[in-house]
Design a protein around this ligand. Structure first.
Ligand code: NDP
Length: 270
C-alpha cells in the first residue's frame, strides 16, 4: 500500500488547496453541481463535468473559461450504462489514467404518494440517483487508486436521514447512498481512497425552485430549520471542497448534513 497523503503539519503548504488535483463532478451545469465545479476550479483543480444539455454545457464552459477555470465537459445521460462507461473513458484520457476526486452529484426527484409511482418512474429514479453513482465508483476505482490519494464525495440528502414528504423512492436512493459511503470507506481505505457524503437540506436550485415557490411549503421548511432559511449551493460546495483537500485526510465514511440544523432540531418527521 502506498503511503497515504496526510494533512501534515498546520503550516504544510497545499493543506487548503486543490492545486494539481483532477476532479470529475457530475451534473455541473446548474445548482449544487455548478457550485462544486466552480469551488474546486477556483481552488486550483482541473475539473471535468457533464450533463444532458449540450447548449447549457457550452454556455457554462464559456463562462468558466472567461474566469480562467480549467474545466472540460461531456454530454452524457448518467442514467445510461454505456454513457457512464464513455464518460469514464473520456476522463481517463484527459487525466492520464488518474483521478483524485469524484463528486457524485447528479440526482433528481419525482414527488408523489408511494401508491402512484409507476415501474418506469421507480427505474428512472434508481438509475439516475443511485445506480449511476454506484457504477461511476466501480468504473472510477482504478483511476482513484492510481491517484494514490482519492476522494469520493456523494451528494445525498437529509431525506436519506430523516423521513420527509419528498417521495419514498428519492429517500431510498439517498439512504442507500449514505450506507454505500460507509461500505466503500472501509473497502477502499487500503487503496487510499476516502469516501464521504454531504447531505443537503433544502437548497435553492432548479430542482427545488418549483416546490419552494409554494410559499406555504417554504414557510414550513423555514419554521422547521433553526437557521430559518433555505441554503445556497455555495454552502454545500465549500464542504465538498474541504472533503477533497489534504486538510481532511483523516475523514472517511462520514455523512454530514448541511441543513441549517433541520435534522437536529427534533421536530421531524412532520
Ligand atoms: P439541479 O436539478 O438544479 O441540477 C442537476 C444537475 O444534474 C444539472 O446540471 C443537470 O443537467 C444534471 N443532470 C440531471 N440528470 C442528469 C443525468 N441523467 N445525466 C447527466 N446529468 C444530469 O439539482 P440540484 O443542484 O438541486 O441537486 C444536485 C444534487 O443535490 C442531487 O443529487 C439532489 O438530490 C441533491 N440535493 C438537492 C437538494 C435541493 O434542495 N436542491 C436537497 C438535497 C439534496 P441536465 O438536466 O441538463 O442533464
Amino acid at each position: 500500500m502506498a503511503a497515504a497523503e496526510t494533512s501534515g503539519t498546520v503550516a504544510a503548504p497545499g493543506r487548503w488547496s486543490l492545486h494539481g488535483k483532477m476532479a470529475l463532478v457530475t451534473g455541473g451545469t446548474r445548482g449544487i453541481g455548478r457550485a462544486v465545479v466552480e469551488e474546486l476550479a477556483a481552488l486550483g483543480a482541473a475539473v471535468h463535468t457533464c450533463s444532458r444539455n449540450e447548449a447549457e454545457l457550452g454556455e457554462r464552459l464559456k463562462e468558466w473559461e472567461a474566469r480562467g477555470f480549467r474545466v472540460t465537459v461531456s454530454v452524457c445521460d448518467l442514467s445510461a450504462r454505456d454513457q457512464r462507461e464513455r464518460l469514464i473513458r473520456d476522463v481517463a484520457n484527459r487525466f492520464g489514467g488518474k483521478l483524485d476526486i469524484l463528486v457524485n452529484n447528479v440526482g433528481t426527484n419525482i414527488r408523489k404518494p408511494t401508491t402512484e409511482y409507476s415501474a418506469d418512474e421507480y427505474s428512472f429514479l434508481m438509475a439516475t440517483n443511485l445506480e449511476s453513482a454506484y457504477h461511476l465508483c466501480q468504473l472510477g476505482h482504478p483511476l482513484l487508486k492510481a491517484s494514490g490519494s482519492g476522494s469520493i464525495v456523494f451528494i445525498s440528502s437529509v431525506a436519506g436521514i430523516v423521513a420527509l414528504f419528498s417521495g419514498t423512492i428519492y429517500a431510498m436512493t439517498k439512504g442507500a447512498m449514505n450506507q454505500l459511503t460507509k461500505n466503500l470507506a472501509c473497502e477502499w481505505a487500503k487503496d487510499n481512497i476516502r469516501t464521504n457524503c454531504v447531505a443537503p437540506g433544502y437548497i435553492l436550485t432548479s430542482l427545488s425552485e418549483g416546490i419552494l415557490a409554494n410559499k406555504e411549503f417554504e414557510g414550513s421548511v423555514k419554521s422547521r430549520t433553526p437557521l430559518r432559511r433555505v441554503g445556497e449551493p455555495a454552502e454545500i460546495s465549500s464542504l465538498v471542497a474541504f472533503l477533497c483537500m489534504p486538510g481532511s485526510t483523516y475523514i472517511t465514511g462520514q455523512t454530514i448534513a448541511v441543513d441549517g440544523g433541520m435534522t437536529v432540531n427534533g421536530l421531524y418527521p412532520s
